[in-house]
Design a protein around this ligand. Structure first.
Ligand SMILES: *[C@@H]1O[C@H](CO)[C@@H](O)[C@H](O)[C@H]1NC(C)=O
Ligand SMILES: *[C@@H]1O[C@H](CO)[C@@H](O)[C@H](O)[C@H]1NC(C)=O
Ligand SMILES: *[C@@H]1O[C@H](CO)[C@@H](O)[C@H](O)[C@H]1NC(C)=O
Length: 220
């Protein structure tokens, strides 16, 4: 997931936090709330729960991969200043990921796991030598080879699977919302269907999350 996507996640996290807080304080007036507002609130907190699980997964699996990188390459860092400095990116991540505590019951998200997931992407961007125009240094190439052979594919598949599970549940929840509407309401809330379709039609995780945020951006 790219940097823009991580900003999108942060935005969803903020909105979800606000939505959940509003829900807690306004249970008495909830009958006045439109079905659309209620549905958005529920979709937001449900989405946040899944995003949190995904970022926690990236933090934990990223830590495992990076530990192997440090373990395998540390013996080579004596007398190689570039490698020594580059490995600090990995030890720092491992240290931060090691401090991650489980979320408390009902806590929608944790900034730390979101940040770790963003850092993971930055590290991927910095060391990914696939298709780079400039020839990578030996150290960068070595690090990338070590990352890829230690489970990067599995991590990516794990993220895809979790995201696909989320989308299919999102679909179910949206259909429940749809079937709760009267024809008039369905027309009135036309925009939410355009949004739903644009999220559905987007082909990558990044596209989907950015489309998800587009609508919320207009709403709030
Ligand atoms: C890697 O470490 C260098 C030097 O400490 C730092 O400037 C850079 O921002 C780090 N990169 C990432 C992606 O963490
Ligand atoms: C590495 O770069 C390639 C080419 O740009 C890209 O397709 C791939 O998704 C990147 N991998 C990761 C883990 O970022
Ligand atoms: C998404 O795709 C469906 C079917 O392929 C189409 O009917 C719909 O107009 C598309 N929506 C958007 C927002 O592109």
């Amino acid at each position: 997931m790219g940097q823009k996507t991580h900003l999108a996640l942060l935005f969803i996290a903020l909105l979800a936090t606000i939505a959940v807080a509003a829900e807690d304080s306004s249970s008495s007036s909830s009958s006045e709330e439109s079905k659309e507002t209620r549905a958005i609130r529920q979709l937001l907190s449900f989405t946040m729960e899944h995003i949190s699980r995904i970022t926690e997964y990236i933090a934990a699996e990223g830590k495992n991969i990076f530990e192997k990188v440090v373990q395998e390459l540390s013996p080579l860092k004596e007398g190689n200043e570039e490698l020594r400095i580059k490995l600090l990116n990995f030890t720092e991540f491992i240290e931060d990921a090691g401090k991650l505590k489980p979320r408390k019951e009902g806590q929608p998200f944790q900034l730390e796991s979101l940040m770790l997931s963003a850092t993971f992407s930055e590290i991927m961007d910095a060391y990914n030598t696939t298709d780079t125009a400039v020839k990578p240094t030996i150290e960068t190439a070595l690090i990338w080879a070590t990352i890829t052979k230690n489970g990067l594919d599995a991590l990516e598949n794990g993220v895809e699977t979790r995201f696909a599970d989320y989308l299919s549940e999102f679909d179910k929840k949206f259909k429940e919302f749809d079937s709760s509407l009267t024809p008039t309401e369905r027309q009135e809330y036309g925009k939410i269907f355009v949004w739903y379709n644009s999220v559905k039609n987007a082909s990558t995780i990044d596209d989907k999350l950015n489309k998800f945020v587009d609508y919320l951006n207009q709403k709030f």
